[in-house]
Write a protein that binds this ligand. Sequence first.
Ligand code: CP
Length: 319
Amino acid sequence: MRHLLSAADLDHDEIVEILDLAEEMAQVLHRPIKKLPALRGRTVVNLFFEDSTRTRSSFEIAGKWLSADVINISAKGSSVSKGESLRDTVLTVAAMGVDALVIRHQASGAPLQASQWIDAHVINAGDGMHEHPTQALLDAFTIRRHLRAETPDVIDFAGRTVAIVGDITHSRVARSNVALLRTLGANVIIVAPPTLLPSGIDSWPVEVSTDLDSVLDRADVIMMLRVQRERMSGGYFPTPREYTVSYGLTRDRLAKLRPGAAICHPGPMNRGLEISADAADAANSLILDQVAAGVAVRMSVLYELLGGADETVPTKEHA
Ligand code: CP
């Protein structure tokens, strides 16, 4: 793997390899001293043109726990605010001897474009409404762990159903998750108001519903998405109240989920809009597990891209 630009670029075995390695990396979280020497001497730059809490900090922690040197650059506070272009910014950063560039940008396709300008490995940390592949990987890692609590030998999601609910139009998380979950064999149900379903949804390999209540008892996992008000330049429909009534994971709907069904949300959450506090904080909510998985999965991705054969492979024996 040279770059990680899209979840659709990964085949079944590549995904399972990343998840399995992430399981080994996750052992580090339980150690008092978390550093592994695998990426000593490598430099990772987090180049973020959009805000982030989870993705940027977990890439930073992941890189540091693998002993890479990690530099954070955000548009605010960089020469981007003086008008420097994406190309000049990427070439400038690459000229300093970077091994991997983790990039988040408001324009779909920006990481792909960057990968064509420089030799360093490029990781898509979210591009516009296009993709967020490491989010889909960490979601899969979290879901697989949840399933393994009952069925320890689960490898993929054949025969499982995941409902992805909410603002599908603006969601790069939904697009990456559909690709990744389908590759792992899951049935995916997309649930949204008609106004938040993207054009072309008919060609997605999913079932589509506008009726959340009819889906609640069918899903092994219900993944609630953030309503992305900042991307809705043309107004907001349905209204927040209407949205919550029809598409929010309310206390009443929580009670109608299949027993043992897991609740996911990529964050940040609009509590009280797409998800109630009762659901976000429920015993079957995996939302903080998703955050924790972000570090292990990003360690795995960085290692897959940057770890050479002569590097120290972190194994359970090292953990
Ligand atoms: N899920 C996610 O991408 O969160 P951040 O925007 O905080 O990185």
